[in-house]
Design a protein around this ligand. Structure first.
Ligand code: AHR
Length: 321
């Protein structure tokens, strides 16, 4: 019966695709139902993240109600409201942008449904609106990208012209990866960001924006892309312009999904900073602890590494995503 009700409620959410796996919720019988509001399916990283959450929920015996917001904040807000109506036990979500969450988070708090932020942060001043934030340190990822660049060009004396493909405007990874990178390269004025624009974390937009960059900037030395997918789209644009990616234009990306790692091993990308999408098991663990009333850390940072071209060749065969 509960499953039928949930399907009816979710059917009203016309702007997003929603899938409900299993039934139950808020029943007090010991079973746990989690409402998970995903950003979308914009990248290889996101697909791997969704798989990790779905598999981990199954493994942990947690019933998952899953929604895909298609990169739209209003869809995520609708999904969270529907989870509140359905009286799920816990809500988890990866906020598409940082701002504008206080009202709906307050509604969840008033309904006594704990919220866990996963992957991306919100900028709410009131941190009591959520229990914890599980995910990467995006500023540090940007710093790692900048540190590689500074080392790579340490003996260069000419200006180094950089173009930047930013993630989704207003999202935590776009804001933080930009800031971390800028902080490190600011140490040397030869590094110049000559163009910086959003590619919305997608391959198609990465290609489109890179084509425009190439037209308006004849002398690009480096591309810094906030994720692999935009970097992979940009590689198509660079090749289309008759240039050699990885040589004529050095490329740094973030994520380290399989396609990105393959391009790195093939010499088309020069360096990748890892951002792990495998957050599912930790998320389920945190949800169980929260519901048992156990104390949890307010911030859980994901462990990550970096890859050179040689390291990518070694890591690729065992890469899970
Ligand atoms: O929030 C994590 C970012 O979102 C990933 O780096 C990117 O690929 C995804 O779309």
């Amino acid at each position: 019966m509960l499953k039928r009700i949930s399907v009816l409620v979710l059917a009203g959410l016309t702007a997003m695709s929603v899938a409900s796996c299993g039934s139950g919720g808020g029943s007090g019988d010991g079973s746990i139902t989690m409402g998970f509001a995903q950003v979308g399916a914009e990248s290889g990283w996101r697909t791997a993240n969704t798989k990790s959450v779905q598999e981990a929920a199954k493994e942990a015996g947690i019933t998952l109600k899953f929604s895909d917001a298609q990169q739209k904040q209003e869809n995520q807000i609708k999904a969270i409201r529907s989870y509140i109506q359905q009286k799920v036990d816990v809500i988890a979500f990866s906020p598409v942008v940082e701002s504008g969450w206080d009202t709906v988070l307050k509604e969840a708090k008033d309904a006594k449904i704990p919220v866990i932020l996963t992957d991306r942060a919100v900028d709410s001043k009131d941190t009591s609106l959520y229990k914890t934030f599980l995910g990467s340190d995006f500023v540090e990822e940007g710093r790692k990208a900048g540190t590689w660049l500074v080392e790579e060009y340490k003996s260069a004396t000419d200006p180094v012209n950089i173009v930047e493909l930013q993630g989704t405007t207003g999202s935590a990874p776009a804001n933080d990866r930009k800031a971390g990178f800028a902080e490190v390269i600011a140490a040397d004025p030869k590094f110049k960001v000559v163009a910086s624009q959003t590619g919305d974390f997608t391959r198609a937009k990465g290609k489109e924006v890179m084509e425009a960059f190439l037209k308006s900037n004849p002398d690009i030395d480096v591309l810094y892309a906030h994720n692999d997918d935009m970097g992979l789209g940009a590689i198509e644009a660079i090749e289309g312009a008759g240039k050699v990616p990885g040589k004529d234009i050095k490329i740094i990306t973030i994520d380290a999904v399989k396609d990105g790692m393959q391009a790195l091993a093939d010499g088309k990308i020069n360096y990748i900073v890892e951002c792990s999408p495998l957050l599912g098991p930790q998320l389920m663990d945190l949800a169980k602890k929260v519901l048992k009333g156990e104390t949890i850390e307010a911030r859980v940072v994901t462990e990550e590494t970096t890859f050179t071209q040689e390291q990518a060749k070694t890591a690729l065969p065992g890469r899970k995503y």
